[in-house]
Design a protein. Structure first.
Length: 252
């Protein structure tokens, strides 16, 4: 029987939140079976252990997660609703892979929502106090990168943008930006090299400094540069077929 082995990457000391915890901040300690399978697949995709285009076979997922086919189908349906998985008639489920127009559309909306977030942040009276947690997150992001902890670094780098929106205590904005961040992660995953976004923590710190100074114009420019760098850095995806089961340390 196939077994799911523990993830051997990511340091608990760095408090790098799993991407699924950002999508469902109020999740209980005892999630349903469907939520458990959803979270595992979602996190594997966000950690880039599971790449876009990888085929997700129901029978194998049932073996990996020791669950029913109905549970797997429900999890895949929810992932498809959230644009993390594509389900094609007579072909099955695949990790979502963006078409060229979708890439442009996703990044355009990311820039618009990030600018909106910045504009609302710079007018907060207690701005310094609210940004302290973000300062700590960027410090942990730098530490993860310098120690070669790629999983923690990726998680913290992605969490920065969601947490920046969460500072505003606007759940709708946070949910929208979280969804776009997830899709952006999948877009970047295909073309990003091992050293990709090596200076993300530098750019994040720069953005925070401009926001703290209430310089919305400079903060927006820094954010635009940050996102454009992500969009333009991508190279042509590899022709090598993705092996989805390696994401779960599965022996076949």
């Amino acid at each position: 029987m196939l077994q799911l082995k523990p993830l051997l990457h990511g340091s608990a000391d760095l408090q790098a939140p799993r991407a699924s915890s950002l999508r469902a901040p109020k999740a209980t300690s005892n999630p349903s079976e469907t939520q458990r399978v959803y979270d595992e697949i979602f996190d594997a995709a966000m950690d880039r252990r599971l790449l876009p285009g990888a085929k997700l076979t129901e029978a194998t997922l049932c073996s990996i997660f020791d669950c029913s086919r109905g549970t797997v189908r429900a999890a895949l349906a929810q992932l498809a609703h959230d644009k993390i998985v594509m389900i094609e008639p007579n072909r099955g489920a695949y990790v979502w892979q963006a078409a060229p127009k979708e890439v442009r559309d996703v990044f355009a909306m990311r820039r618009a929502l990030e600018r909106l977030t910045i504009d609302q942040l710079v007018v907060l009276e207690d701005l310094d106090a609210r940004l302290q947690a973000l300062d700590d997150m960027v410090a942990r992001e730098q530490q993860a990168y310098e120690h070669g902890d790629r999983i923690s670094w990726l998680r913290l780098s992605n969490a920065f943008h969601v947490e920046l929106a969460r500072v505003l205590d606007n759940q709708v904005l946070t949910e929208m930006l979280s969804g776009l961040c997830a899709r952006t992660t999948l877009i970047i995953a295909l073309g990003d090299g091992p050293e990709g976004s090596a200076c993300s923590y530098v750019e994040h710190r720069d953005i925070l400094n401009h926001i703290r100074q209430r310089d919305a114009s400079s903060a927006r420019a820094a954010m635009d540069h940050h996102l454009q760098d992500c969009e333009h850095r991508m190279e042509a995806p590899s022709d090598e077929a993705a092996d989805p089961w390696s994401a779960f340390s599965v022996r076949r």
